[in-house]
Write a protein that binds this ligand. Structure first.
Ligand code: S3P
Length: 437
């Protein structure tokens, strides 16, 4: 996709139909990583064929792992065992993916060889000391740039020791990096969290035969364990479903069914927030898919009112604030977000990008260091800078459905990192959205 490509979003809807949302990004990253480290062959179904997760798969190929792609949503991974990775010849390019880079930092710190992790412009601005700091306490040697950003230069051949570490910020990525390093460390690694975060690493390591305890707010494993190959079914990504949950909630006359969406409780804070605002979302056909709860989400238009988003929901909806801002813009009273300073260090500064975008479309947004108050109103036309952030771009595609006039969204290439085919799925459901050069 050329960098001049942009979207024009115009009033659309009502949204109707049954949609299949692509596979979960967090689960897909981990599935390919753990399958690569396992003894034996693992099959992954429902793999997210996005740029972030493809970058992770390509890195493991560089590390000597054979990965087959029988169809785009499948991977067959020929695991090499925890001690079977090979030294790469070049830099390892994580693309846009913070998850890829941070988890790999933990894994590569424990290998006998050196490696260098690089990323795109956005990833190259993101803070990495939150992971290199505690890894150093385990004995790892990883160099960042002077300001703590990538590239990460990992010096292999270090003997790691388990740690007991309390995370200063709730971060599943940091927790996961330390657990991966912990697999290679002597003794036990114990991570405590200020607020429980997504536990895919813990659940999936257990599925791969690792002994790991994870009472709420904590994860503990002993070093020196091996992984046993297993098959993984990846649920549909709740974070991708979020754009359709918000869109159908705010566009009059809409009714959508989103099939078999992953409902890990550490991911579904947006459901609680939208319901607090008056949304009509029903869960049907509850099932367990690959050890994860899934259900169809049936969402119908409903008049939303504003809400004070409870701070304890923040970690459970950390990726959904861009979408929430659009729901807030369409509500009948203001919405207050607080305790969400982490949004400033995601793929973009999401508090700044969402506030600026909504102001461009004519709304008042009062930004604070860790949140914002969004004052709803009629959205107008305007040009939005997505700052290369997939979730900012998709959020404003939703906003455009209620705008008077055209909303132009620049810099949309990175939508493919998490949601390839978003525009086709959206227009099929009734969005007014076209791609222009
Ligand atoms: C992720 C964890 C979250 C989330 C990211 C994916 C993961 O980041 O924002 O999109 O897969 O572990 P943090 O753990 O840094 O909050």
């Amino acid at each position: 996709m050329s960098s001049s490509q942009h979207w024009i979003a115009t009033a659309g809807g009502p949204l109707q139909g049954t949609l299949s949302i692509p596979g979960d990004k967090s689960v897909s990253h981990r599935a390919v990583m753990f399958a690569a480290l396992a003894d034996g062959v693992s099959r992954i179904e429902g793999f997210l064929e996005g740029e972030d997760t493809r970058a992770t798969a390509a890195i493991f190929q560089q590390l000597g792992v054979r990965i087959e792609t029988p169809t785009p949503s499948q991977r067959i991974v020929h695991g090499v065992g925890v001690d079977g990775l090979r030294a790469p010849t070049g830099d390892l390019d994580c693309g846009n993916a913070g998850t890829g880079m941070r988890l790999l930092a933990g894994l590569l710190a424990a290998q006998p060889f050196d490696s260098v992790l690089v990323g795109d412009e956005s990833l190259s601005r993101r803070p990495m000391r939150r992971v290199t700091g505690p890894l150093a306490r385990m004995g790892a040697r990883i160099q960042t740039e002077a300001d703590g950003t990538p590239p990460l230069r990992v010096q292999g051949g270090q003997a790691l020791t388990g740690i007991d570490y309390e995370l200063p910020v709730a971060s599943a990525q940091v927790k996961s990096a330390l657990l991966l390093a912990g697999l290679y460390a002597t003794g036990e690694t114990r991570i405590r969290e200020p607020h429980p975060t997504r536990d895919y690493t813990e659940r999936m390591l257990r599925a791969f035969g690792v002994e790991i305890d994870f009472p709420p707010g904590e994860a503990r494993l002993a070093g020196g364990q091996r992984l046993r190959a297993t098959d993984i079914v990846v649920p549909a990504d709740f974070s991708s479903a979020a754009f359709f949950l918000v869109a159908a909630s705010i566009i009059p006359g809409s009714g959508l069914r989103l099939q078999r969406v992953g409902l890990n409780p550490r991911r579904t804070g947006l459901l609680a927030a939208l319901r607090l605002m008056g949304a009509d979302i029903v869960e049907e056909n509850h099932a367990s898919q690959g050890g994860e709860p899934v259900a169809d989400l049936v969402v119908r238009h409903a008049p939303l009112h504003g809400a004070e988003i409870p701070e304890e929901l923040v970690p459970d909806m950390i990726d959904e604030f861009p979408a929430l801002f659009i729901a807030a813009a369409a509500a009948s009273s203001p919405t207050v977000v607080s305790g969400a300073a982490e949004l400033r260090v995601k793929e973009s500064d999401r508090l700044a990008a969402m506030s600026a975008g909504l102001r461009t479309l004519g709304l008042r947004v009062d930004e604070t260091p860790d949140g914002a108050t969004i004052f709803p109103g009629q959205l107008g036309a305007g040009t939005i800078e997505s700052h290369g952030d997939h979730r900012i771009a998709m959020s404003f595609a939703v906003a455009g459905q209620l705008a008077r006039g055209e909303v132009r969204i620049n810099d949309i290439a990175n939508v493919a990192t998490s949601f390839p085919g978003f525009d086709a799925l959206a227009t099929g459901a009734g969005f007014g959205l076209s791609v222009r050069d």
